[in-house]
Design a protein. Structure first.
Length: 100
């Protein structure tokens, strides 16, 4: 009888699917120096958004001082923020992001 219980426990454990990693929001912050065009280019290039989506994100950032660019696993979020920040610094812009 104990063997049956062990078999049932093993069966239930092996059927458990792995959990998806937690998603983290990448948030773009408004500043008074980074151009609207540059923000759109970065959002399209780094975050894979369409022109329409990028314009909406840039507009939301301008009005509300910040906007969610996307939700990613932590490693991917950090990588995208690093790439976007490096692009901004290379062009002399103070564009900043947060990961929530």
């Amino acid at each position: 009888m104990a063997q049956e219980q062990l078999d049932k426990q093993r069966a239930s454990v092996s059927r458990t699917a792995p959990k998806e990693p937690r998603k983290h929001n990448v948030i773009i912050l408004n500043d008074d120096f980074t151009t609207f065009e540059f923000v759109i280019m970065v959002v399209m290039t780094v975050f894979g958004k369409t022109m329409v989506q990028a314009e909406e994100i840039a507009e939301t950032t301008h009005i509300h001082k910040k906007a969610i660019v996307g939700s990613y696993s932590l490693d991917i979020a950090k990588s995208k923020v690093a790439k976007a920040t490096a692009m901004a610094r290379a062009e002399g812009f103070p564009l900043r992001f947060e990961i929530d």
